[in-house]
Write a protein that binds this ligand. Sequence first.
Ligand code: GLV
Ligand code: MN
Ligand code: MN
Length: 412
Amino acid sequence: MNIEIDPSRLAREIDELALVTEAAPPAVTRVVFSGADLRARAWLGAKCREAQLELRSDAVGNTFAVWPGSDSGAPRVATGSHIDAIPNAGKYDGVVGVLGGLEAIRALKRAGFRPRHGIELIVFTSEEPTRFGVGCLGSRLLSGALPPEAAALLADDKGDSLDAVRNAAGFSGTLDSIRLSAGGYKAFVELHIEQGPILERKKIRLGIVQKIAAPASAKILVEGAGGHAGGVLMPDRRDALCAAAELVLAVESAARETHAPDTVATVGICDVFPGAVNSIPSRVRLTLDVRDTDLVRRDSIMQKISEAANLTASKRAVSVRIDLVNADAPADCSALVTQVLAEACRAHDLPFLPMVSRAYHDSLFMARLAPTAMLFIPCRNGWSHRPDEYASPEDVGCGALILAEALARLAA
Ligand code: GLV
Ligand code: MN
Ligand code: MN
């Protein structure tokens, strides 16, 4: 079978989708269930229908575009990723796996392939944590990692509940109808940009992910005492921002001190109240994001951060509260699927690198439902989650080709 990807069409579609954004291009901001997200979903739905795929969405908006197989009783083979984008993001994160997956399916159709196992393109809802604070919302619900009762408590910054927002977006049904049972899919493969520099540095066009690092995240609330920036003397201060600053540096040290390249920790949000030039900050909200391929080490970093928080609280007479949002286990990719990806690379004479993913993906949760693996392509300078994120049309096309080859092997 001669699989031919159309890299120019794929690049054009990536560019077109990038214009569906709440930020000024080239920045892409597409927060789940925002106007831009809904327009992007409609645009993508039309592309899937054009490719003669059958569409269905579940109660949280996970969308499944199906190419039925000749054996309707055989478990399907799935691919996919997400199209939501964090504020001020680029156009490739997630999108490469969705539009690359669609192009892989179209290429297989053009090549005359007839799958025995149905092939499904899944577009996951809210892989990004921007709106509801937790990443991989759709795949967590699909896999049962997030109980529907816990999801029902989620709300955005404005206080709008997940239920209200998803219903307004047209996704009704109960949250407990979303979960899928394990064994329903034969395999899941996600194509994604690497979001790190290794493939580019090694000049290797493809990475086959063996393991996905364990993410944890928390919300931190620091409360001190506010007051007049001129009137309150330094010995009398309980400045919440100074305490938060100490804590941010403690987070950095906790990750650095492991000397392990797979340990990373980030404070990405620092929200200062009341936020006036001449007012001592009385309250600061921080977010914490910690990742590691080693679960014990990840948890020991969380422990160190909690000890540092206690120390800061007592030293500065402030209160520090840490609310854990998620602490997930790492995922090992399936030997079956990584092997099929490796065979697909060899069949096209393309070298590949076995690697770990330090970023999380919906694959982390799909791995609980099905044998799962990921295929990475390089991105310029390893940059991601920024407007100048870039992957060349050739590399995106190459990823779609190997994805198509692997889907064909899995679905035959
Ligand atoms: C996904 O976007 C991540 O933060 O790893
Ligand atoms: Mn992302
Ligand atoms: Mn992503």
